[in-house]
Design a binder for this molecule. Sequence first.
Ligand code: SAH
Length: 350
Amino acid sequence: MLRKNHKKNFIGTSESYLRNTFTDWKPYRIHQIFNWVYHYGCRDFSVMTNLSKTMRGQLIDLFYFFLPKIQNKTYSQDGSIKYLLRLEDGALVESVWMPSESRKTLCISTQVGCRLNCSFCLTASLGLKRNLTSGEILGQCIAINEDLEKRDAITNVVFMGMGEPLDNLGPVVEALRLMTAPEAMRLSTRRVTVSTSGLVDKINSFQKENIHINLAISLNATDDETRNRLMPINKKYPIKTLMKCLRNYPLKPQRRHTIEYVLLRDINDSDEDARRLSNWLKGIPCKINLIPFNSFESTEYLPPLESRVLKFQEYLINQNFSAFIRQNRATDILGACGQLATQSKNLSYA
Ligand code: SAH
């Protein structure tokens, strides 16, 4: 997508695009530019003095730099910060920065809104406005890192904000490559997680890209009838198909999938559900994250009782699964899973 006098945003531009554009350049030249941009935060081609003047001129003719602008910051009691970011066309997305002792995790968005219409997720109420570009996906990390103190710099990234990452596969893959490339953002693949509602075809395509980041799958129900109701995408890819896909997904040694399971009171939190969940997951290398439902105003669902959550977890642990109760972050500022949307809904989309 060429904008601004047909120029393209350099942030997010892939190595393969640059190679195809500058066919007579040696590949290390592209790495040199990445170093300037992603390590040194340089936003001016003219100062990249280890490139020839001609090269710098070519870059200036074809590219410009744009990062999402921070429109608003909301601080949670737990130390998290929700960022409202404005993109070039005025569209708004949210990202949430969550610090802990051992890591600083940024939860990023991949779409403005979402089209999957999960009934327990607030983002669904926006519908899909548009996909984000790779530069907008990556730009969330860069813009927020620039806002933070050095010691608070992002160490982990989760694609769990607004949108369905695999519904915007190409840009997500490009962003992931730059995020994990040693010559670009240099994040370890172990520290990056993409969360999906289970688009089986796209999981298979993603696998072929050979990017070994972590996959998290939002399962959220143990029978098709309930899952159809919670996540309409289940009608296209029912539980059995999804499980088969995960079973066949080649994982590197020591790696496992994350299964996310949002617990909704009296909907999917019974002993019977725990039993069925453990049956589905037998033979799949995984850990399970139990997420007590985060409530919002217009919802028909209720959070589970704490005693239920503990019993559900205990059953899974007794079946030899690693099962964690995910501590909900930023709930006081509507910054937790499934709560991103309201602010952007109230502020108009330009
Ligand atoms: N579309 C992707 C990523 C965004 S949602 C996906 O479905 O995985 C990220 C996680 O938040 C998913 O596991 C989703 O099931 C969960 N989630 C959505 N709404 C929620 C809510 N209200 N409370 C708790 N978790 C929620």
